[in-house]
Design a protein around this ligand. Structure first.
Ligand code: M6R
Length: 606
């Protein structure tokens, strides 16, 4: 899950490669590197850490080629280090790679027997030596065809050659790759966003394809090396601001932006005049769909889990939810009357994409819910429902989670009405509730002082638990995930009713436990479970909503009360304290909130 970029030009490329790498850091940030070609010599600069460090290192060195490749890494084979940072070079080529070469160990042994010497612990270095080896007896194009055939696994590659002053080879299997067209120069990038400051004309490589990029021409080939034509697409010009503004972190900005992003998204789908939800050009008739499979990873998966409760309650559809990395290897019974929905903020998550691809190969109905509409998942779907929340930069997903829930909820309402499960009156009331949501989120956000104090206890504890029932169970999972990824703490999300079947043994004196118990139909049940953990010494933080009724439970450590809203919409509000809890716990510990250790914003390896 790395980012790659390449430029071939008649102007110097280093600073532009660095700028593009900064945009690709959402794919990995444990090391970075660049290689350029100058008068037949490949020059490399690499470092452990962020692109900022690479930039500083480069300022002390002359690296001024007019062709070059760059890389940001998220380590798979070999720890993050300068030595393992890309590009990896032999005496004749230099390679950047996103993905995993599954047969690298076997290939390495074969190449070592032939006298090739390796410097790093990476799978990528094998590619550099394999290309070098094939070039001895083959022309360049045949070399690429043969090398790609030898490699198992997934990859997006960028390769430059010592004796090719103007050529970058790009190749793709599994991992996405875009090609950009400029005046007297052309580009290669993991996504079009990395190229947007240089061009708005791009093409995308499909699986198995490769291309030869020169500054005034690009040729595309299929797996066998036959020339193919590519469509050139025009990207929208608006490059939304990636500025933190006055916020300390992107994450806090993104949390506070939620009233606006929710409002924007509601406005995109709700027709206020006719009081209905518009999903234009939905390609299927409502009676063609009998079931739903919702697929995602991490936070996106949690939004799918919540949607299951909504769809089951409000529609006739049978609903299944799956983690993409499991879905892709299961023996599935595909159904023609099933709609497969893939949820992904980035639209580039490798497992989610692979799951989609399986459905595509089986000719299923594919819908995606994404934030990045130019992404691979969006491009390969029959129908796309954008979440309209603008760029999300913080690795921890916040506003995208609310956006995903919102779009899933609106889809559910539309289906529910079209299936005549709810009548016009109920439908209109639910739409009215949606129109109020943004304001209620805004009010709920005003909890910083209290949550900041509470966070100190969490930050100083050994671990914590998050409990909920019904749609508060996925919210509990989401709260625990946020705390894990930001505060590096063990946090376990659990269905409240399941505690007595084992996890109750974990509860010890003073352990912080978050109980999400809004005043819905399961409130009393959850409160009983809360009492069980309190009796065993837990320090309970109760997340509930405002009510005239008293809370019939004693010895609650702290309570956070969110605004009142219809039961369906409670997950939008109960999420907010959990986002802030994770944020302030990480802040208390002094961790890197926007770029937590070991993670990346977009997970492009499986
Ligand atoms: O881009 P995606 O929505 O497909 O990403 C899926 C997960 O990798 C992502 O939600 C991850 O779990 C977040 N870092 C959680 O905050």
């Amino acid at each position: 899950m790395c980012g790659i970029v390449g430029i071939t030009s008649n102007k110097q490329v280093t600073s532009r490669i660095i700028n593009s790498l900064k945009k690709l850091e959402y794919r990995g940030y444990d090391s970075a590197g660049i290689a350029t070609l100058e008068e037949g010599i490949i020059k490399e600069v690499k470092c452990e850490g962020r692109v900022d460090i690479l930039e500083k290192n480069i300022s002390k060195i002359n690296i001024n080629g007019e062709i070059g490749i760059g890389h940001v890494r998220w380590a798979t084979h070999g720890k993050p280090s300068t030595l393992n940072a890309h590009p990896h070079s032999s005496e004749v080529v230099s390679v950047v790679h996103n993905g995993i070469i599954e047969n690298s160990t076997i290939l390495k042994k074969l190449l070592e027997k032939k006298g090739h010497q390796f410097k790093s612990q990476t799978d990528t270095e094998v590619i550099a030596h394999l290309v070098t080896d094939y070039l001895k007896k083959n022309n360049l194009k045949n070399t690429i065809v043969k090398v790609l055939k030898k490699l198992h696994g997934s990859f997006a590659l960028g390769i430059i050659f010592k004796d090719q002053p103007d050529l970058i080879v790009g190749a793709r299997r599994g991992s996405p790759l875009a090609v950009g067209y400029g005046p007297n120069e052309n580009y290669l990038g993991s996504d079009s966003y990395a190229l947007k400051s240089m061009t708005n004309k791009v093409s995308y490589l499909n699986d198995g394809e490769f291309c030869l990029i020169k500054k005034d021409n690009i040729d595309f080939f299929d797996t066998k090396g036959n020339k193919i034509n590519k469509k050139i697409l025009n990207l929208s010009k608006n490059d939304q601001s990636y500025d933190k503004g006055d916020y300390k972190h992107f994450m806090s900005k993104e949390i506070e932006e939620q009233p606006t992003t929710i409002k924007n998204c509601v406005n995109e789908y709700v027709d206020k005049v006719n009081q209905k939800i518009n999903i234009y050009n939905f390609p299927w008739k409502i009676n063609e769909i009998k079931s739903l499979v919702l697929v995602g990873c991490g936070t996106a998966y949690h939004s799918c889990m919540i949607a299951k409760y909504w769809f089951e309650k409000n529609s006739l559809l049978e609903v299944n939810v799956d983690i993409a990395s499991e879905f892709r290897y299961r023996k599935l019974k595909f159904k023609k009357d099933c709609l497969y929905v893939f949820v992904s903020q980035s639209g580039e998550t490798a497992d989610t994409y692979a799951a989609l691809d399986i459905c595509k190969k089986n000719k299923m109905k594919i819908c995606s819910i994404v934030n990045v509409v130019e992404s691979s998942i969006a491009r390969d779907s029959d129908f796309v429902l954008p979440i309209h929340c603008g760029p999300e930069i913080g690795v921890a997903s916040t506003k995208a989670f609310l956006g995903q829930m919102l779009v899933l909820y609106m889809l559910c309402l539309k289906i529910s009405f079209d299936q005549k499960i709810i009548n016009k009156k109920v439908y209109v009331q639910k739409i009215k509730n949606l129109l109020l949501l943004s304001k209620l989120i805004k009010k709920t956000l005003l909890i910083d002082n209290k949550i900041q104090i509470i966070s100190k206890t969490f930050a100083n504890s050994r671990g914590s638990m998050f409990l909920g029932r019904g749609y508060s169970f996925p919210i509990a999972l989401e709260g625990a995930l946020k705390l894990k990824e930001l505060a590096y703490m063990h946090a376990e999300g659990y269905p409240a009713g399941e505690m007595k079947h084992g996890p109750l043994a974990l509860i010890e004196e003073g352990m912080p436990v978050v109980v999400i118990a809004p005043r819905d139909e399961l409130y009393k049940k959850t409160v009983s479970n809360m009492q069980e953990v309190i009796s065993r010494g837990a320090k309970v933080l109760l997340i509930t909503n405002k009510s005239k009724d008293e809370i019939f439970s004693e010895n609650i450590w702290e309570t956070i009360t969110v605004e009142n809203v219809s039961n369906d919409l409670l997950p939008f509000l109960t999420t907010i304290p959990l986002q802030k809890l994770a944020y302030y716990s990480a802040l208390e510990k002094g961790y890197d909130i926007d770029k937590p250790r070991n993670l990346a914003k977009s997970v492009t390896v499986e």
